[in-house]
Ligand binder design. Sequence first.
Ligand code: I3S
Length: 130
Amino acid sequence: NSPEMPHHTHLLEKAGILNKTKVADNGKRIRKNWSPSWTVLHGGILTFHKDPKSAPSGNSNKTNQITPEYTVELRGATVGWAPKDKSSKKNVLELKTRHGCEYLVQYDTESIICDWHRIILDTIRQLDQD
Ligand code: I3S
């Protein structure tokens, strides 16, 4: 970690489509609402974007696809495979923030969800070192 190259410039980046639902907000359980989401990891923040299909009919346009729905600060967060009782879906990750928000993240293709698991884990570890 040299002065010329601050740690945050090494933070990992990735983007893709994942299925997600928020399940807790500040420690309070909330109702699941699974939806596909354009998901972007950048600067230690994971951003889930709104599902354009969820826009009111007639109101669907390209800008909906880049509207953030949830921004998740990965510093102090944990990620792991969700226990089977959390969802009947396969390949589900459980992401918990240090502020008590919880998300489930899922994708049928194992290699894709495994790549996300690895990069989120590596980012959390990297942030822990700062
Ligand atoms: O944990 P739950 O309540 O079994 O989650 C299911 C519900 O969110 C369900 O919606 P309704 O509450 O409208 O029935 C969803 O359609 C299911 O996908 C949720 O379960 P899975 O096992 O898919 O996470």
